[in-house]
Ligand binder design. Sequence first.
Ligand code: ATP
Ligand code: ATP
Ligand code: MG
Ligand code: MG
Ligand code: MG
Ligand code: MG
Ligand code: MG
Length: 279
Amino acid sequence: MANSKYEYVKDFEQTDVLLPSTWIVVRIDGKGFHKFSDHYQFTKPNDRRALDLMNAAAVEVMKELPDLCIAYGVSDEFSFVFHPNCQLFERRSAKLVTTIVSAFTGYYIYKWSEYFPSMPLQPPYLPSFDGRAVIYPSNGLLRDYMSWRQVDCHINNLYNTTFWMMVLKGGMSNTDAEQELKGTVSGDKNEILFKRFGINYNNEEEIYKKGSVLYRQFELQEPELVQEGEVDNTTVPEGKQSRTQQERLRKLRRKAQVVVDHVDIIKNDFWDRRPWILS
Ligand code: ATP
Ligand code: ATP
Ligand code: MG
Ligand code: MG
Ligand code: MG
Ligand code: MG
Ligand code: MG
C-alpha cells in the first residue's frame, strides 16, 4: 500500500496487547437487562428460555473460536476463557473483546425467535452487551475467578428466589420483601423458603443454582483421537507446544462437541475429571 502523508495518525493507536502466557477472561454483560427482561416479560426470578438462549449463543461463540477453553454463564453475563498460549489477534484486548461481544450479540439476535417465538425483538429494546478482558497469570487465579462468578450466582439466586416467592406467592410488596431480606444470611433465606412456602432450596434446578459451564467434551471423540494418535496433544504442558502441535490442538478443539453443564466448579472434582480444560 502506498504511503500517504496521513499515515502518521496510525501512531496515535495505543497498544493493548495482553501479557503473554496468561489466561484471558472476557466477561460480557447485557446492557440494561433489568428493563429488557421486563419488556419481554421474562419469568421471575429465572426465565429458562432466556438462559437457554444465552447458552445457545455462547455455544456458537465457543465453536467459532477454538482458542476458548471454557465459558461460564449466569443471568445476563458470560465469561469466556482463552488459553494462555492463545495468539488470536496477537492477544490484542480490544480485538478479542469486540469479536466476542459482537459474535455473541449476533447469535443472540439470530436465535431470539427460536426461544421467544411470540415476542419479536422491537427497537429500542434490542439486546447489546458490554465486555472487558482480564488476565489471570496462574491456574489458581483462574479457578478463583470462576469460583467468584459461581458463588455470585448462588448468592443472587438464593436472594432472588426468596424475594420473588415473598412477592408472587406471599403477596408482599417489593419494598416490604426487600426490607425484610435486608441483613439476612443464607440460613434465614432457606428458612423463609421452607417455612413459608414449603420450598427446599436444594431441590431448585441446578441451572439456577449453579449457572452454566460450557466446555469441550473430548471423551466423546476418544476412539477417533486414539486412532489418529493425537490424544496426547491435549495434555502437553502449556507453552511447550510446537506450531504444528498447536495447530493440531486447534483442530481437535474445533471438532470436539461443546457441552453445557450445570455443576460445581468451585471444588476440585470438576477440574480433576476434565484435565484437558486447564492443560
Ligand atoms: P447493566 O447495564 O449495568 O448491566 P442490568 O439491568 O443489565 O444493568 P445486571 O446487574 O446485569 O443489570 O442484572 C441483569 C438483570 O437482568 C437481572 O437483575 C434480572 O433482572 C434480569 N435477567 C437477566 N437474565 C434473566 C433471566 N434469565 N430471567 C429473569 N431475569 C433475568
Ligand atoms: P480482519 O478480520 O483482519 O479485519 P478482513 O478480511 O475483514 O480481515 P479488512 O482489512 O478489514 O480485512 O478488509 C475488509 C475487506 O472486506 C475489504 O478488503 C474488502 O475485501 C471487503 N469489503 C468490506 N466492505 C466491502 C464492500 N462494501 N464491498 C466489497 N467488499 C467489501
Ligand atoms: Mg453490568
Ligand atoms: Mg447487565
Ligand atoms: Mg449482569
Ligand atoms: Mg475486517
Ligand atoms: Mg477493515
